[in-house]
Design a protein around this ligand. Structure first.
Ligand SMILES: NC(=O)c1ccc[n+]([C@@H]2O[C@H](COP(=O)([O-])OP(=O)(O)OC[C@H]3O[C@@H](n4cnc5c(N)ncnc54)[C@H](OP(=O)(O)O)[C@@H]3O)[C@@H](O)[C@H]2O)c1
Length: 238
Protein backbone atom coordinates (compact mmCIF):
# COMPACT_ATOMS: atom_id res chain seq x y z
CA UNK A 1 0.00 0.00 0.00
CA UNK A 2 1.44 3.40 -0.92
CA UNK A 3 -0.11 5.08 2.11
CA UNK A 4 -0.11 4.51 5.89
CA UNK A 5 -2.60 2.18 7.54
CA UNK A 6 -5.33 4.49 8.93
CA UNK A 7 -7.09 3.82 12.22
CA UNK A 8 -9.97 6.20 12.91
CA UNK A 9 -9.83 6.57 16.71
CA UNK A 10 -12.75 8.47 18.30
CA UNK A 11 -14.95 8.90 21.36
CA UNK A 12 -18.55 8.47 20.22
CA UNK A 13 -22.02 8.87 21.72
CA UNK A 14 -24.52 6.01 21.69
CA UNK A 15 -26.16 7.64 18.64
CA UNK A 16 -22.91 7.79 16.63
CA UNK A 17 -22.01 11.47 17.15
CA UNK A 18 -18.47 12.74 17.74
CA UNK A 19 -18.69 16.53 18.22
CA UNK A 20 -20.53 18.83 20.59
CA UNK A 21 -21.48 19.33 24.21
CA UNK A 22 -21.91 15.65 25.05
CA UNK A 23 -18.10 15.35 25.09
CA UNK A 24 -17.92 17.66 28.11
CA UNK A 25 -20.52 15.87 30.27
CA UNK A 26 -19.39 13.79 33.30
CA UNK A 27 -20.61 10.65 31.48
CA UNK A 28 -17.78 11.17 28.98
CA UNK A 29 -14.90 11.41 31.45
CA UNK A 30 -14.30 7.64 31.62
CA UNK A 31 -14.53 7.26 27.82
CA UNK A 32 -12.06 10.09 27.31
CA UNK A 33 -9.54 8.51 29.69
CA UNK A 34 -9.81 5.21 27.83
CA UNK A 35 -9.44 7.11 24.53
CA UNK A 36 -6.18 8.73 25.64
CA UNK A 37 -4.81 5.42 26.91
CA UNK A 38 -5.64 3.68 23.61
CA UNK A 39 -4.11 6.62 21.70
CA UNK A 40 -0.76 5.55 23.15
CA UNK A 41 -1.36 1.77 23.07
CA UNK A 42 -2.18 1.79 19.36
CA UNK A 43 1.51 2.56 18.74
CA UNK A 44 1.01 4.64 15.62
CA UNK A 45 3.54 7.00 14.03
CA UNK A 46 1.29 9.96 14.72
CA UNK A 47 -2.21 11.38 14.54
CA UNK A 48 -4.11 13.39 11.93
CA UNK A 49 -6.74 16.04 12.70
CA UNK A 50 -8.75 18.55 10.72
CA UNK A 51 -8.05 22.26 11.10
CA UNK A 52 -11.04 22.82 13.42
CA UNK A 53 -9.96 20.09 15.85
CA UNK A 54 -6.34 21.30 15.91
CA UNK A 55 -7.58 24.81 16.67
CA UNK A 56 -9.93 23.74 19.46
CA UNK A 57 -7.49 21.24 21.02
CA UNK A 58 -4.08 22.87 20.61
CA UNK A 59 -3.69 26.33 19.04
CA UNK A 60 -6.66 28.08 20.73
CA UNK A 61 -7.08 30.49 17.81
CA UNK A 62 -3.64 32.12 18.08
CA UNK A 63 -2.29 33.30 14.70
CA UNK A 64 1.03 34.91 13.71
CA UNK A 65 1.16 38.43 12.25
CA UNK A 66 1.95 37.56 8.63
CA UNK A 67 3.14 41.13 8.02
CA UNK A 68 6.25 40.11 9.98
CA UNK A 69 7.16 37.51 7.36
CA UNK A 70 8.34 37.73 3.80
CA UNK A 71 8.82 34.73 1.56
CA UNK A 72 12.41 34.02 0.58
CA UNK A 73 12.92 35.12 -3.02
CA UNK A 74 15.67 32.52 -3.49
CA UNK A 75 13.11 29.73 -3.56
CA UNK A 76 12.46 28.92 -7.17
CA UNK A 77 9.31 26.90 -6.72
CA UNK A 78 7.34 28.51 -3.92
CA UNK A 79 4.97 25.59 -3.60
CA UNK A 80 7.71 23.14 -2.76
CA UNK A 81 7.47 20.88 0.28
CA UNK A 82 9.61 21.91 3.24
CA UNK A 83 10.90 19.15 5.51
CA UNK A 84 12.89 19.84 8.66
CA UNK A 85 16.15 17.94 9.28
CA UNK A 86 15.41 16.45 12.68
CA UNK A 87 12.44 14.23 11.91
CA UNK A 88 11.68 12.21 14.98
CA UNK A 89 9.13 10.52 17.14
CA UNK A 90 5.41 10.99 16.97
CA UNK A 91 3.78 13.31 14.41
CA UNK A 92 0.83 15.69 14.76
CA UNK A 93 -0.50 16.04 11.21
CA UNK A 94 -2.74 19.07 10.60
CA UNK A 95 -4.95 19.15 7.49
CA UNK A 96 -5.03 22.92 7.10
CA UNK A 97 -6.18 23.85 3.55
CA UNK A 98 -5.47 27.58 3.75
CA UNK A 99 -2.83 27.76 6.48
CA UNK A 100 -5.09 29.05 9.26
CA UNK A 101 -3.34 27.41 12.21
CA UNK A 102 -0.92 29.33 14.38
CA UNK A 103 1.66 27.21 16.20
CA UNK A 104 4.06 28.74 18.71
CA UNK A 105 6.66 25.98 18.22
CA UNK A 106 7.20 22.97 15.97
CA UNK A 107 6.03 20.52 18.65
CA UNK A 108 2.70 20.17 20.43
CA UNK A 109 2.81 21.60 23.92
CA UNK A 110 0.20 19.80 25.99
CA UNK A 111 1.70 19.50 29.45
CA UNK A 112 -1.70 19.76 31.18
CA UNK A 113 -3.24 17.26 28.81
CA UNK A 114 -2.37 13.69 28.01
CA UNK A 115 1.29 12.61 27.57
CA UNK A 116 0.27 10.92 24.31
CA UNK A 117 0.22 14.32 22.55
CA UNK A 118 2.86 16.45 24.24
CA UNK A 119 6.02 16.75 22.12
CA UNK A 120 4.44 15.49 18.89
CA UNK A 121 6.21 17.04 15.89
CA UNK A 122 3.87 19.12 13.73
CA UNK A 123 3.40 18.54 9.99
CA UNK A 124 1.19 21.01 8.11
CA UNK A 125 -0.67 19.59 5.08
CA UNK A 126 -1.64 22.50 2.80
CA UNK A 127 -3.29 23.35 -0.49
CA UNK A 128 -1.68 25.78 -2.92
CA UNK A 129 -4.12 28.49 -1.81
CA UNK A 130 -1.90 29.29 1.14
CA UNK A 131 -0.31 32.74 1.59
CA UNK A 132 3.45 32.63 0.88
CA UNK A 133 4.10 34.56 4.09
CA UNK A 134 2.48 31.70 6.05
CA UNK A 135 5.11 29.39 4.51
CA UNK A 136 7.84 31.78 5.64
CA UNK A 137 6.36 31.73 9.15
CA UNK A 138 6.32 27.90 9.17
CA UNK A 139 9.96 27.81 8.05
CA UNK A 140 10.94 30.30 10.74
CA UNK A 141 9.35 27.97 13.31
CA UNK A 142 10.95 24.90 11.65
CA UNK A 143 7.56 23.31 10.99
CA UNK A 144 7.50 20.84 8.08
CA UNK A 145 4.84 21.42 5.43
CA UNK A 146 3.70 19.47 2.39
CA UNK A 147 1.37 20.41 -0.46
CA UNK A 148 -1.41 18.02 -1.41
CA UNK A 149 -3.70 19.80 -3.84
CA UNK A 150 -4.41 23.02 -5.68
CA UNK A 151 -7.55 24.32 -3.95
CA UNK A 152 -8.38 21.52 -1.53
CA UNK A 153 -6.45 18.71 0.10
CA UNK A 154 -6.37 15.44 -1.81
CA UNK A 155 -6.41 12.82 0.96
CA UNK A 156 -4.69 10.12 -1.11
CA UNK A 157 -1.87 12.41 -2.23
CA UNK A 158 -1.35 13.67 1.33
CA UNK A 159 -1.19 10.13 2.69
CA UNK A 160 1.24 8.91 0.04
CA UNK A 161 3.59 11.82 0.93
CA UNK A 162 3.25 11.09 4.65
CA UNK A 163 4.49 7.59 3.93
CA UNK A 164 7.21 8.36 1.37
CA UNK A 165 8.66 11.47 3.05
CA UNK A 166 8.11 10.82 6.76
CA UNK A 167 8.00 7.02 6.72
CA UNK A 168 4.62 6.86 8.48
CA UNK A 169 3.35 3.27 8.48
CA UNK A 170 0.31 3.73 10.74
CA UNK A 171 -1.53 6.95 11.54
CA UNK A 172 -4.50 7.63 13.79
CA UNK A 173 -7.30 9.68 12.26
CA UNK A 174 -8.66 11.61 15.25
CA UNK A 175 -11.40 13.80 13.90
CA UNK A 176 -13.46 15.66 13.70
CA UNK A 177 -16.48 14.64 11.69
CA UNK A 178 -15.62 16.58 8.51
CA UNK A 179 -12.11 15.23 8.02
CA UNK A 180 -13.21 11.71 8.99
CA UNK A 181 -15.91 11.86 6.29
CA UNK A 182 -13.39 13.01 3.75
CA UNK A 183 -11.08 10.05 4.52
CA UNK A 184 -13.97 7.62 4.43
CA UNK A 185 -15.11 8.87 1.01
CA UNK A 186 -11.52 8.53 -0.23
CA UNK A 187 -11.60 4.89 0.91
CA UNK A 188 -8.76 5.66 3.31
CA UNK A 189 -10.08 4.28 6.62
CA UNK A 190 -8.77 0.77 7.33
CA UNK A 191 -9.80 0.33 10.94
CA UNK A 192 -12.11 1.90 13.53
CA UNK A 193 -11.19 2.23 17.21
CA UNK A 194 -14.26 3.61 18.96
CA UNK A 195 -14.97 4.31 22.61
CA UNK A 196 -18.73 4.61 23.04
CA UNK A 197 -19.74 6.69 26.07
CA UNK A 198 -23.08 6.02 27.77
CA UNK A 199 -24.74 9.21 26.53
CA UNK A 200 -26.83 10.49 23.61
CA UNK A 201 -25.75 13.72 21.88
CA UNK A 202 -27.87 16.75 21.04
CA UNK A 203 -29.11 17.90 17.63
CA UNK A 204 -26.06 20.08 16.94
CA UNK A 205 -23.59 17.21 17.18
CA UNK A 206 -22.03 15.76 14.03
CA UNK A 207 -21.68 12.07 13.07
CA UNK A 208 -18.55 9.93 13.01
CA UNK A 209 -18.31 10.49 9.24
CA UNK A 210 -19.81 13.69 7.81
CA UNK A 211 -21.39 13.11 4.34
CA UNK A 212 -20.54 9.43 4.45
CA UNK A 213 -20.88 6.85 1.71
CA UNK A 214 -21.79 3.21 2.36
CA UNK A 215 -18.75 1.27 3.52
CA UNK A 216 -18.60 -2.07 5.34
CA UNK A 217 -16.74 -3.10 8.47
CA UNK A 218 -16.23 -6.35 10.35
CA UNK A 219 -16.32 -6.35 14.17
CA UNK A 220 -12.98 -7.50 15.60
CA UNK A 221 -13.40 -6.67 19.29
CA UNK A 222 -16.12 -5.45 21.66
CA UNK A 223 -15.34 -4.89 25.34
CA UNK A 224 -17.15 -3.21 28.20
CA UNK A 225 -14.93 -1.10 30.47
CA UNK A 226 -16.85 0.52 33.33
CA UNK A 227 -19.91 1.08 31.15
CA UNK A 228 -17.96 2.34 28.14
CA UNK A 229 -17.89 0.18 25.04
CA UNK A 230 -14.53 -0.32 23.30
CA UNK A 231 -15.11 -1.35 19.70
CA UNK A 232 -12.67 -2.36 17.00
CA UNK A 233 -13.71 -2.81 13.39
CA UNK A 234 -11.72 -3.76 10.32
CA UNK A 235 -12.68 -2.38 6.91
CA UNK A 236 -14.13 -5.01 4.56
CA UNK A 237 -12.69 -4.54 1.09
CA UNK A 238 -14.77 -5.56 -1.89
N1 LIG B 1 -15.11 12.56 19.67
C1 LIG B 1 -13.81 12.64 19.45
O1 LIG B 1 -13.06 11.71 19.75
C2 LIG B 1 -13.25 13.87 18.83
C3 LIG B 1 -11.93 13.88 18.36
C4 LIG B 1 -11.46 15.03 17.74
C5 LIG B 1 -12.28 16.14 17.60
N2 LIG B 1 -13.55 16.11 18.07
C6 LIG B 1 -14.42 17.27 17.92
O2 LIG B 1 -14.54 17.61 16.56
C7 LIG B 1 -14.77 19.00 16.48
C8 LIG B 1 -14.38 19.53 15.12
O3 LIG B 1 -14.88 18.71 14.08
P1 LIG B 1 -15.36 19.27 12.67
O4 LIG B 1 -16.00 18.14 11.98
O5 LIG B 1 -16.15 20.51 12.88
O6 LIG B 1 -14.01 19.73 11.95
P2 LIG B 1 -12.63 18.96 11.63
O7 LIG B 1 -12.93 17.70 10.90
O8 LIG B 1 -11.79 18.91 12.84
O9 LIG B 1 -11.93 20.00 10.64
C9 LIG B 1 -12.48 20.22 9.37
C10 LIG B 1 -11.58 21.17 8.62
O10 LIG B 1 -10.36 20.53 8.25
C11 LIG B 1 -9.85 21.16 7.09
N3 LIG B 1 -9.54 20.18 6.03
C12 LIG B 1 -8.37 20.15 5.35
N4 LIG B 1 -8.39 19.19 4.45
C13 LIG B 1 -9.56 18.58 4.51
C14 LIG B 1 -10.12 17.54 3.78
N5 LIG B 1 -9.47 16.88 2.80
N6 LIG B 1 -11.38 17.17 4.09
C15 LIG B 1 -12.04 17.79 5.09
N7 LIG B 1 -11.55 18.80 5.81
C16 LIG B 1 -10.30 19.21 5.53
C17 LIG B 1 -10.91 22.15 6.61
O11 LIG B 1 -10.48 23.41 7.12
P3 LIG B 1 -10.78 24.80 6.43
O12 LIG B 1 -12.19 25.11 6.81
O13 LIG B 1 -9.79 25.73 7.00
O14 LIG B 1 -10.62 24.59 4.94
C18 LIG B 1 -12.16 21.65 7.30
O15 LIG B 1 -13.13 22.66 7.51
C19 LIG B 1 -13.94 19.57 17.60
O16 LIG B 1 -14.52 20.73 18.11
C20 LIG B 1 -13.86 18.47 18.64
O17 LIG B 1 -14.63 18.72 19.77
C21 LIG B 1 -14.04 15.00 18.67
Amino acid sequence: MNRPHIICHMVMSIDGKVTGDFLFQPECVGATEIYYRLNRELNADGFICGRVTMESSFTAGWYPNLADYEFRSDRVDKKEDYIVDDLSGFYAVAFDTHGKLGWKSNKIVDTDGDPGYDGAQIIEVLSEQVDDRYLAYLEAEKISYIFAGESSIDVKLALSKLKSIFGCKTLLLEGGSIINGSFERADAVDELSLVVAPIVADKDSKPLFMDSAISKYELVKAENENGNLILNYKRVKY
